[in-house]
Design a protein around this ligand. Structure first.
Ligand code: ASP
Ligand code: MG
Length: 428
């Protein structure tokens, strides 16, 4: 008998019919002889709707109250799901994050899990019941206030519970058949990936592929939790997210031919490009700029410094950061003017970051050449470049994003024969 944690996302429990369908699936898993622990997200887009409601009441709601409000969404879905399971003749009990022992720090809206004490969950399992846990929430160890883990955080709840319960697998149910080589909502011939390493998944999650929450993958890697991303709308085998050894074992067992060189292409339209114009070309200037940004808690991603003109002895420094922190970034730099020197700031939010990810890049020469050739052939202009060991990213115009992704996807032979199925969800 194995223990499986199943997480159902908002689109899988969007309405009464879906909740009943998911209940059936859970009961079937149990009937097949497994122990099941379920984690649910809020129904459909209800978290966004609660956010909108909060905005109408208060432009800047206190973080504690916003968390209290948002966690209500998962309370609704967990209770409804437990009811639907009871109707099928199985015993089920719902638990809030706090009741399930998800202990966090007190950073409202982005709390980190610091401990998991799932005593009530193991008790329920021992009694033969199916525990349903509200995703995305916990309780702060010091303040005892209710917290949320950040948008999409139910994935992290599921992996954290799987680790604490020493589960055999953590199944993440979504509205597509698994992890795709690119967003199937954008490129219809995206192909499903069978196996991917934690590391590649982390790179993809970091560059805007929306399948899994970044922290969930970090957590899974740290504790070695095997993740199976799959659709709640079909019985198809999804994508396994594993350690490199796990992927090698799959190759050895003949489940896959070989680990592919490239695992995916992603576009991120949520960054802005900021150019600090006329920075004196001397030691300490870049340090001053990035210290000011760090002090303002800005997450800087790519950085480029131009060649300085000998006439002025000044240069430009360009960086990217999330669009929603651009105002804070500009304020921080303007405030620091005096201790740091520059002439002006230029902000451009009409940019896209396009990334190619694959662990095989390490050992296969020519990946960069093919990447840039495909962009050139598609007429896509490259404005910035950054690389990691297993990723190449560029910044280009936002309007070129789709052309760029499609061109790279085709150039690396990732196009599927048929069209990918998106079963539900608004992608909101
Ligand atoms: N309901 C929350 C959200 O929409 C958490 C989740 O779905 O994982 O962000
Ligand atoms: Mg959601």
């Amino acid at each position: 008998m194995s223990l499986i944690v199943q997480k159902y996302g908002g689109s899988s429990v969007a309405d009464a019919t879906s909740i009943k369908r998911v209940a059936r699936r859970i009961v079937d898993t149990k009937k097949a002889g497994h122990q099941v622990v379920v984690v649910v997200s809020a129904m459909g887009d209800s978290t966004d709707e609660l956010m909108d409601l909060a905005q109408q009441v208060s432009p800047l709601p206190p973080a504690r109250e916003l968390d209290m409000l948002l966690t209500a969404g998962e309370r609704i879905s967990m209770a409804l799901l437990a009811m639907a399971i009871s109707d099928l003749g199985a015993v089920s009990r719902s638990y809030t994050g706090s009741q399930a022992g998800l202990i966090t720090d007190s950073a409202h809206g982005a709390a980190r899990i610091i401990d998991v004490t799932p005593g009530r969950i193991t008790d329920a399992l021992d009694k033969g019941a199916i525990p349903i846990v509200a995703g995305f929430q916990g309780v702060a160890q010091d303040t005892k206030d209710i917290t949320t883990l950040g948008r999409g955080g139910s994935d992290t709840t599921a992996v954290a519970l799987a680790a604490a319960l020493n589960a055999d697998a953590c199944e993440i149910y979504t509205d597509v058949d698994g992890v795709f080589t690119t967003d199937p909502r954008v490129v219809s011939r995206a192909s499903k990936v069978d196996y991917i390493t934690y590391e590649e998944m982390l790179e993809l999650a970091a560059v805007g592929a929306k399948v899994l929450h970044l922290r969930c993958v970090e957590y899974a890697r740290r504790f070695g939790v095997p993740i199976h991303v799959r659709s709640s709308f079909s019985q198809a085998e999804g994508t396994w997210v594993l350690s490199p050894e796990g992927v090698q074992a799959a190759v050895a067992e003949g489940k896959i031919m070989e680990q592919p060189i490239i695992s995916g292409v992603a576009a991120d339209l949520k960054d802005a490009k900021v150019t600090v114009v006329g920075v004196p070309d001397r030691p300490g200037e870049a340090a001053g700029i990035f210290r000011a940004l760090a002090d303002a808690q800005i997450n800087v991603d790519m950085i480029v410094q131009n060649i300085s003109s000998t006439a002025t002895g000044r240069t430009d420094v360009t960086f990217t950061c999330p669009q929603d922190s651009v105002h804070k970034a500009m304020a921080a730099l303007n405030d620091a003017q005096g201790s740091i020197d520059f002439e002006s700031l230029i902000v451009d939010d009409q940019v896209a970051k396009i990334s190619l990810v694959g662990a095989g890049m390490r050992s296969h020469p020519g990946v960069s050449a093919d990447f840039f050739t495909s962009l050139a052939d598609a007429g896509v202009n490259v404005e910035m470049i950054a690389t990691s060991e297993i990723r190449i990213s560029i910044v280009t115009r936002a309007e070129s994003a789709q052309t760029a992704v499609q061109a790279i996807h085709t150039a690396f032979g990732l196009d599927a024969d048929g069209e990918a199925v998106v079963y539900a969800g608004t992608g909101r």
